[in-house]
Design a protein around this ligand. Structure first.
Ligand code: MRU
Length: 387
């Protein structure tokens, strides 16, 4: 099954991303040529999703160094390991500063910094060090799809067995997800949406339910499109309907992605995830977090230390989409608009992009290394087997 693409390389070897602000009505790829453009695309959420932004940062960094190696005359910063280091470390810091919560971005820039230092320590010359960095940047992106498939399988099989042992009906599984965690949020296949795709591919999925995920609507704009593209049976709900859904429909699990998982299992994910977790606990519905090892931040003991990004207040006042009924522009595309849904002088606006779900509300955390289950009676996770 082929999903959507968030990052691709054009025929002339340029990095292109699909502008996610225009989806689902317009599919437009934009070129990312510079570190500044990558930073801006991540900050403005033209590309989003923890693994996808790490991939874009790593690929753009690789492309920058590739161009430098091909340039004639060679740029001055390639004259020695020290000048290379002094030049690229601020670039990595700049990329990392684009969004604060998703630790994958920091994991990618830290990994590149480590490669840099290891190559310097090995006594390599500046051009060889640059080649090592280019290869590492490409690896960061390249590893994503394989690990997503692994997590999807491990988490999917765990869920099938878990439901079988608790609920003997053997019916197809209905799974709720929040935000967008599919191929648009990663380099392919997805995390929580990958698990849902795996259930579908193995004939075990009933329906995928997803929240709209206001105010950015990653659910109604992106998850909807991904599920339609994959022909996965799906139902959209407004964020306010999770409790009603659990009261009135059989939901076998909630599966979400993560932007950062603390050492004890506390998990930061899209705003509204915590609400769904509280309601899932109330209804005894397993709540599963699916994320790569690079999302686990062992330096952070618990969720209280996870930095939570506050988006600009104006974003909570706006809704973007196509005009309805549709009106076509001169290119024959659906006309898009951004509409204000509040008084324009509203003063108090609370707009955190993420919330933290405490570990004691999470049933299982899945990475590419396996499934960690919170032991009966324990309030936190031992993640040592899955990192
Ligand atoms: O603000 P976003 O759209 O970048 O938030 C994305 C999420 O919260 C995802 O659930 C998370 O990054 C996991 S993506 C595989």
């Amino acid at each position: 099954m082929t999903g959507l693409t968030s990052i691709r390389t054009s025929r002339n070897s340029k990095i292109e991303i699909v502008d996610q602000l225009l989806l689902p009505h317009t599919t437009e790829f934009i070129e990312i040529d510079t570190i500044e453009q990558a930073h801006d695309a991540i900050k403005s959420m033209k590309i989003r999703g923890a693994p996808a932004i790490a991939s874009l940062a790593a690929l753009t960094f690789s492309a920058y160094l590739t161009r430098a190696l091909q340039a004639s005359p060679a740029p001055a910063f390639l004259s020695s390991p020290d000048t290379l280091k002094a030049h690229v470390l601020p670039l990595l810091d700049f990329l990392y500063s684009a969004r604060p919560t998703a630790v994958n971005l920091g994991a990618a820039t830290r990994r590149l910094t480590k490669t840099l230092q290891a190559s310097v320590d090995a006594g390599k010359d500046a051009k060889t060090i640059a080649q090592d960095l280019i290869a590492e940047g490409k690896n960061i992106d390249g590893e994503d799809v394989g690990r997503n498939k692994e997590m999807a399988k491990q988490g999917g099989e765990w869920l099938i067995n878990h439901v079988k042992s608790h609920d003997k009906t053997g019916e197809d599984l209905n799974v709720l997800t929040v935000c967008n965690t599919g191929s648009l949020a990663t380099s392919g296949y997805g995390t929580a949406l990958g698990l849902i795709t795996y259930l579908h591919e193995t004939g075990k999925l009933g329906k995928a339910y997803f929240t709209q995920s206001a105010p950015y609507h990653q659910g109604s704009r992106l998850t909807s499109l991904e599920l339609q593209t994959l022909k996965i049976p799906n139902v959209m709900i407004c964020d306010t309907m999770v409790g009603s859904l659990f009261q009135n429909h059989k939901i076998h699990a909630v599966a979400v992605g993560a932007d950062r998982i603390a050492k004890n299992g506390d998990t930061a994910n899209k705003i509204g995830t915590y609400n769904a977790a509280v309601l899932a606990a109330r209804h005894n519905i397993p709540f599963i977090v699916v994320a790569p090892v690079s999302t686990v931040d062992l330096d952070i003991a618990d969720g209280t230390s996870i930095p939570i990004e506050q988006r600009p207040p104006i974003e909570a006042c706006l809704v973007r989409g196509a005009l309805h009924p549709p009106s076509l522009n001169v290119h024959g595309e659906k006309e898009q608009a951004v509409v204000m849904i509040t008084p324009s002088d509203l003063e108090g606006i609370y707009n955190p992009s993420f919330d933290v779900t405490p570990a004691d509300l999470i049933t299982a955390i899945v990475t590419e290394k396996g499934v960690a289950v919170r032991e009966e009676g324990e309030l936190v996770f031992d993640l040592s087997s899955v990192v």
